[in-house]
Every structure is written in C-alpha cells, then in structure tokens.
Design a protein around this ligand. Structure first.
Ligand code: FAD
Length: 462
C-alpha cells in the first residue's frame, strides 16, 4: 500500500494532464490505467490514430486530384493498407511512449490495472489498496450504439473497429453524420470505399452553423460521400461477411434497406464509469450517466473530483485537458480556470471545419443583436494557389459593442486559424481589434482578418 496526495484514475488527455500538473505543483501523484498503454481513448483509439489515417488518405487525395495540375507527373500511389496501419500504430506508439516518458520525468507512479474507489480516500488496483488525500476520476467515455444494433467490431464496428479494419471495405455505411462519422467516412471515401452516411436529422454535424453545415455537406458530396438524411435506422442485419441496414425515412415513414460490407456506428459516446464502485460510495450521477461535479470539478464527496468525458460538456480532448489542469490547481489551493464559452471544436476533414462561441441560431434565440463578417477563401491568394478556395470564415460580433461572439470556419487549416479568434475572445476583443492587427501575406489567416474587416467598413478582397 502506498500513500499519495492525488491518485488520478484514467490516463487519457484529462487524466495524464491532471497528473502532470499535480506533480508540477509538488503533489505526490499516481495515475491508474487499465489499458496496456497510457493516453486513453484519444491517443490509442481516438484523436491520434484518426488523424494519422486522415493525413495519409489526404496525401493520396492530393496525388490523385492536384499533383498533375501543378506539373507533378508520376504514377499514382497505390494503397498498402497494412503499411498504413503500421504507420498509424507507429504514430500511436510515439505518443503513448511520450506520456510514459513525461510520467517518469515528473515522478508520477503508473499504477497498472483497473481501479475502484471502495471508500473516500482509498483507491484499489487489483488487490492493492492505496491511500489518496484526493482522487481525480478521469475514466473517459466509450462508444454508444442504438437499440437493435450489435457491434462485433468486424462487420458492424464502432470508431475503434473502424480504425483497424482488416481491409478497406467496398461499401461502407456510416450511421450518424457527426464529427467521428464524417472524419472516418472521409478516410474510407478517399481510400476508394463507396461511403453512404445515414443521418437521423436533416442536417449534418448537429449544432453547427447552418451555412457551414450546407457548405460542408456539398463539399463532402463532391468528394464522393453519399447522404441519406432524415432517416431513422431501426436495425442492422448481419449476414456472413456483409450487413443490411434497415431504416425508415422520417418524412413519409417509408421503410428502406441498404447493403454494406462494413457498418460504422457513429452515433455518439457515453461516459465510462463501470467498475469504479461509484454507486456504492454514493457519488451522484446524472440521468445521462455523467458524474456530477460543482464548479471546482469536485463531486458530492469531498476530495473526489471528476473531469473530461466522464462529466458534463463537450467530449473533446482539449476540454478534458483544461479540466485536468484546473482540477489539479484547485487541489493545490490555486484558482483553476476553464472558460467553457471559448472551447473550439474542429473537424479534421479536408477542408477542415472549426468553430468557437455562439452560432447565429443561438444568438437569435437569445434575441441578441449581432453582425456578421464573412469572407470566402476564394478571395485569399494562398488558398487559391493551394486549390483550397472552397469555404469561408464567418465572424459574429455584437451589433452595439462589436465584441466577438463566435466564429465559424470551413476551409484550409481552419483548426489552426480558429485559435486566433479564441485568443481574441478570451481577451474580450472586438472585431475591429482583430481587423487592426497586421496579418502576414500570403497566409490563410488573412481570411480571418478580412472577416473581421467585413464586420466594419468591409473586407478588401471581397
Ligand atoms: C475516433 C475518435 C476521434 C476523436 N478525435 C478527437 C479530436 O480530433 N479532437 C478531440 O478533441 N477529441 C477527439 N475525440 C474525443 C477524445 O478522444 C475524448 O474527448 C478524450 O479522449 C477524453 O479524454 P478523457 O481523459 O476524459 O478520457 P479517455 O481518453 O477516454 O481516457 C480514459 C482512460 O481511463 C481509463 N480508465 C477508465 N476507467 C478506469 C479504471 N476504473 N481504472 C483504470 N483506468 C480506467 C481508460 O482505459 C482510458 O484509457 C475523438 C474520439 C474518438 C473516438
């Protein structure tokens, strides 16, 4: 039995970041992880492997569609799926080993195995009981399915199975047009699969800016993805090596069926708290299975905190990381800061999609007067040179004060561009503040400035 100031349960982006910050703040820290490797969903079966496949398949897309236009004439690359999987595994390993190195550097003990909390102040791993003045639960999330659909991770897969398919499917049906479904759908469409996305709602990426949704769907269609919208999937029938997806169109209740070699169920994720023993010690859980916390990430039991996908809020790695740092700081007697109004969201397709702050629909609902500054990437020299003129930057600012309220970008490097606006929002900047800042030419970031100018006297290149 060992004794710690803090034991973190789970080593995903929430847990490992919390552990490192605790150690940096002088707290004796351990982190419990049941997987073979550190890094959680994000590094092992989430953000990192999906981005590796997106990168590789985007390179193929560039070779197929843009190389010849630039005078680069060569035989088109062929896909070696097994080598692509090796590249993905190598990327994962580099990242998970990196966390192991950081744990050693910060003298954090990795308690290997699945942890539970038999009582406040105690964490049990296997047969070992460890004392902990504070416990941070960062147990993350797991894919959720629909009634009538059984995931076997071979023919009917979650995102985890979709990252490691035995072969590239001829026909892939993706259930759910959210971030994960569209990212992985894009990967396989670029690799040659016939991809159909079946979505319950009438728009893709629910909750996003309506104009971005339309543009995004148009671009994805151009890239070969097919969409069946307003369709409620009722069941998936598994045959020997294939599957049939049954769905009803909501507009007329008509029943339909679509065949697939592989079905990806991308209908969301749910908090994972199995085996922790939370009910036995009386930790409050919401109806959606999320651990309830106060504004300092403390549960209803003193000394037990929870962060990341296991609690309320967007299921994003950087949100989990922010909470990890903040909870560690609270435990160390500091302030701990997360601004939930300025958490960017990014979709790593090509083009990328990124947003932060409010949408027009939300502002209308609040009855808040706002102005829109929009700039198309077609007016950006760098984007045009790089065949990346599709898309736009849309900035929303308060009609009276000019304060930036939100931004919605679809276009090249949107996931990087969004941070300039996050910084501006964090400092309470106006659109004019952003417009007055010199932006290097030629960069995609000039489109952000032009959108800010469009909130005032007008963009220059529009
Ligand atoms: C395919 C995919 C792509 C994604 N892409 C992105 C992206 O690009 N950007 C982004 O921001 N987010 C992305 N996400 C979401 C992101 O992965 C999660 O939001 C993030 O991992 C949450 O971090 P976490 O620390 O809360 O939990 P997790 O990363 O889920 O980690 C929790 C860890 O806790 C461990 N654990 C749980 N219970 C116990 C226990 N009792 N004992 C010991 N260990 C335990 C688990 O084994 C796991 O390793 C993606 C997710 C998926 C599935």
């Amino acid at each position: 039995m060992a004794s710690y100031d803090v034991i973190v349960i789970g080593s995903g982006p929430g847990g490992y970041v919390a552990a490192i910050r605790c150690a940096q703040l002088g707290l004796k820290t351990a982190c419990v992880e049941g997987r073979e490797t550190l890094g959680g969903t994000c590094l092992n079966v989430g953000c990192i492997p999906s981005k590796a496949l997106l990168h590789a398949s985007h390179m193929l897309h560039e070779a197929e569609h843009n190389f010849a236009k630039m005078g680069l004439n060569a035989k088109l690359p062929t896909v070696d799926w097994s080598q692509m999987q090796t590249y993905k595994a190598y990327t994962i390993e580099g990242n998970t080993k990196g966390i192991e190195f950081l744990f050693k550097k910060n003298k954090i003990d990795w308690l290997k195995g699945w942890g539970s909390i038999p009582e406040a102040g105690v964490v049990k791993v296997g047969n070992e009981r460890h004392q902990a003045k504070n416990i941070i639960i960062a147990s993350g999330s797991t894919p959720s399915s629909l009634p009538g659909i059984e995931i076997d991770e071979k023919t009917v897969v979650s995102s985890t199975g979709a990252l490691s398919l035995a072969k590239i499917p001829k026909k892939l049906v993706v259930i759910g047009a959210g971030v994960i479904g569209l990212e992985l759908g894009s990967v396989y469409a670029r690799l040659g699969s016939d991809v159909t996305v079946v979505e319950f709602l009438n728009a893709i990426t629910p909750g996003m800016d309506a104009e971005v949704q339309k543009t995004f769907q148009r671009i994805l269609k151009k890239q070969g993805l097919k969409f069946i919208m307003g369709a409620a999937v009722s069941s998936v029938e598994k045959l020997k090596t294939k599957a049939k997806v049954n769905y009803t169109l909501r507009k007329d209740d008509s029943a339909h069926q679509i065949d697939a070699d592989t079905v990806l169920v991308a209908t969301g994720r749910k908090p994972f708290t199995d085996g922790l023993g939370l009910a036995d010690i009386g930790i409050e859980i919401s109806e959606r299975g999320q651990i309830k916390t106060d504004s300092h990430w403390q549960t209803n039991i003193s000394g037990i905190y929870a962060i990341g996908d296991a609690i309320d809020g967007p299921m994003l790695a950087h949100k989990a990381e922010d909470e990890g740092m903040a909870a560690a700081e609270v435990i160390a007697g500091k302030h701990g800061h997360v601004n939930y109004d300025v958490i960017p969201g990014v979709i790593y397709t090509h083009p990328e999609v990124a947003n932060v702050g409010q949408t027009e629909a939300q502002l209308k609902e609040q009855g808040r007067a706002y102005k829109v500054g929009k700039f198309n990437f077609m007016g950006n020299g760098r984007a045009k040179a790089n065949f990346a003129g599709d898309g736009f930057v849309k900035l929303l600012a308060d009609a009276q004060t000019d304060r930036i309220l939100g931004a919605h970008i679809i276009g090249p490097s949107a996931g990087d561009l969004i941070h300039e606006i996050c910084v501006a929002m964090e400092f309470g900047a106006s659109a004019e503040d952003l417009a007055l800042i010199c932006h290097a030419h030629p960069t995609y970031s000039e489109a952000v400035r032009e959108a800010a100018l469009a909130c005032g006297d007008g963009a220059i290149h529009a």
